[in-house]
Design a protein around this ligand. Sequence first.
Ligand code: UD1
Ligand code: CA
Length: 463
Amino acid sequence: MDQDPNPERGDVAAIVLAAGKGTRFRSDVAKVLHRTAGRSLVGHVLEALRPLGLGQVIVVVGHQREDVEAEVAAVGVPGSVTVVQGEQRGTGHAVQVALPALREGIDRVVIVPGDTPLLTAATLGSLLDAAEGGVAAMLTAVLDDPTGYGRVLRDGHGAVDRIVEHRDATEDERSVGEINAGMYLVARGPLEDALSRIDDRNVQGELYVTDVVQILTGDGQRVAAVVADETHVAGVNDRWQLAAAGAVLRDRHLAHLAAEVGVTIDDPASTHVDVSVRVDRDARLLPGTILEGSTVVGERAVVGPNSHLTDTEVGPDATVHSTRADGAAIGRGASVGPFTHLRAGTRLGADTKAGAFVETKNADVADGAKVPHLAYVGDATVGAGANIACGVITVNYDGRTKSHTTIGAGAFVGCDVSLIAPVTVGADAYVAAGSVVTDDVPDGALAIARSRQITKEGWVGER
Ligand code: UD1
Ligand code: CA
């Protein structure tokens, strides 16, 4: 999606309104920071703006401004800056606050809310194209249930006349199904002029950006309207709408993976894939799979059923069954699961195995090594082709410090062995089952560290 700024749009700035609290969320966290499908609300909006290559992107922040500023910086759309709206006196006030930050050479301004995560670059592009020639354009949508949105009132010729907010509208006006999406493109001069003329005489006592429309049409200017798809412009004002938007975003991403990449998704309803996740051709996602953050699934890999991967890389041809992984890398052809927990810093090489009830953390398991069942491998290096049998524990923590275990290539660590770190098992060495290993084992050696069995013949009869 990344692309060079389009020279034809260098004169366009976006103003993103993200200063509000979001009272209807009933949250201690500013609304635009709430996340769904892998991004914050404002992050989704900024990502829709990114491919347009605008000259400037100004985000108006206020409520929890430091956190919102950090999020805007983290998203990192080129040319993005923030301005502070100290007191949230309405959407019109928010745009007023942003105007002084417009750079020289900006001739047109696109205004977008920070709470419309379904927005796409294509829909915004249609808004930019619509105003060609005129001073203003806006996006609308026709909804079965327009409750809560501003309504678009048109004149006898069908031209946009003004917008009335739901709370200010009469019964008649509320019966209008065409809503204001809150996204506008206005030439800079007329915008500055109209904003200097808005007032707060409305039910909420706020300065509404929507009043710009009526001021422009009152001056005899035409405001073009593009009727967009509802699923591209819906606003998120409460948590139920957040859930609904997340479902649309995930669906869209799954459809893209299935249709354009060539990924098999057995059960889309139970497959949650963040928009930030890449899945490659011929991979298959089985039911109950959740893929988050920067996760990547390689070609022909099979993930699921019931796997939850966060920031994890799955190599081509790997299988990951009923697994939780966070910050792990799974090599080409590796077999993981079922019931495996790969924690941060796990690196499984090619053709490795991490089987049932295995937990790993900060572990580097080289190509072909196997940890088939019931083991804890933490703060450890496991050499190529090593075999870690059932019940092996790297005893990495003495209550105060974490220590490292090194297991050499080709080593065989038998069942129920505790390796008391720091300790090294040499290449091709053997450790006998049931051993508690406290001393290094040289390459090619056999270590037996357990008490000998005592067998008392006839003991039962003599008792
Ligand atoms: C707004 C529109 C409404 C439209 C709807 C579309 C107005 C008055 N109403 O209503 O016509 O149908 O969006 O989704 O514009 N914000 C600020 N500073 C403020 C107030 C709001 O930055 O002082 C930001 C909010 O953080 C939010 C965005 O502006 O991201 C929209 O505000 P919100 O309160 O959600 O407006 P709506 O009631 O949804
Ligand atoms: Ca809103």
